[in-house]
Design a protein around this ligand. Sequence first.
Ligand code: ASP
Length: 419
Amino acid sequence: MEDERLRSNERETTTGLIAHWRAIPLYARIIVAVALGVVAGLALGDSAHILETPAKLVLRLLGALAPPLILLAIVQALMRAHLAGGQALRLVALLLTNTLAAIFIGLAVANVLQPGAWTTAAPGAPAKSSGGAADPLMQFLDSVPKSILGPFGDNGAVMGVIFIAVAFGVALRGLRTHEVRTVEDLVHVALSSLIAILHWIIDVVPLAVFGLIASIVGVSGFRDFLALGGFFIAVLTALALQFLYYALRIWLGSWANPLHVVAGVRDALLMAFSTGSSTATMPLTYELLRERVGLRERSASMGALIGSNFNNDGTALYEAMAALFVAQLLGMHLTFTQQILVVLTSVVASVGAAGIPEAGLVTMTMVFRAVALPTDYIALLLTIDWLLDRCRTAINVMGDVTVSCLLDGKVKEETREAS
Ligand code: ASP
């Protein structure tokens, strides 16, 4: 009897603890985790790197969920939605205009503030990234799957999954028979179970955030921010302006209120900031756009799942600004034509950047080479990149959110009430 009572007490405390943990909004848990992570990092110094391992585990689990989620969500959206032919073209147009706006904002801020003129610094060790610039055509060819199951393997090639999902979605759409309706139910059940698993993992995301922040602050610290302060402030200013641009676009081009949208997706923005990975955040972004903002399924999956892989406005802005910054630092004058070249290569480089931490630094070599800037100088940015990367990742996710809202149009889905 006593034993039974003890066991049931224990069970109640556990569920009570979990219930309490869940009752705190995710964004609040993440903010506390970031603050505790900074304190732990400063206190532990270099030894804080051991905290990175559990954090990476959680990110790996999230990464594992991304391919099946993309597959099922896209197949479901294509099967159910009445897609207008122009929808894909509209997506491309939105992605391009937002990325160009980001680059122009970045270049304008760098031209006005001239961060390179008030910085004196020599290049550090050659950049780890200067080995090979990404060739966009080869990248495209590589993303076409060699086999149907290949992209679901350990290397999780997201672009390959999209190819397969679109092909199956369109094929199943054409087969409007009884069997297909059964497949539709199957896809729905599989997607729902995947989202349930996603919630379990999201519960432990704040712990991962704590480990990541502690290890990065412990190992890299804030030392180099003073030397590169001008560049740091210029990038933050440009990212803030890009954020305002998004708010304006949502306000003018969709039914949603930008404040309501930001409040709805704040968990995803904070998760992007704290993990530095827009791909790891992607499942949460999709979920929040559907459940909190109340977007149509097809808009959320087109913008946050498909678009997300091409849409890295924060990265584009950063790459263009970095090129201009290094040119200013070296006293090189970039002509108008060279700045246009920076714009064009930044668009391609941002599309090629994977949604993982510091991927932007790798594709940045492409931008530097286009205007003959020494790629060694990319290493200079490494010391402060861990923080700037997080800021631009949040903007990358906000870009996906904006595109989804714009695709949803001026009229809210009638049958759906945002919870
Ligand atoms: N970390 C960014 C992202 O995940 C990519 C980048 O390095 O700019 O979106």
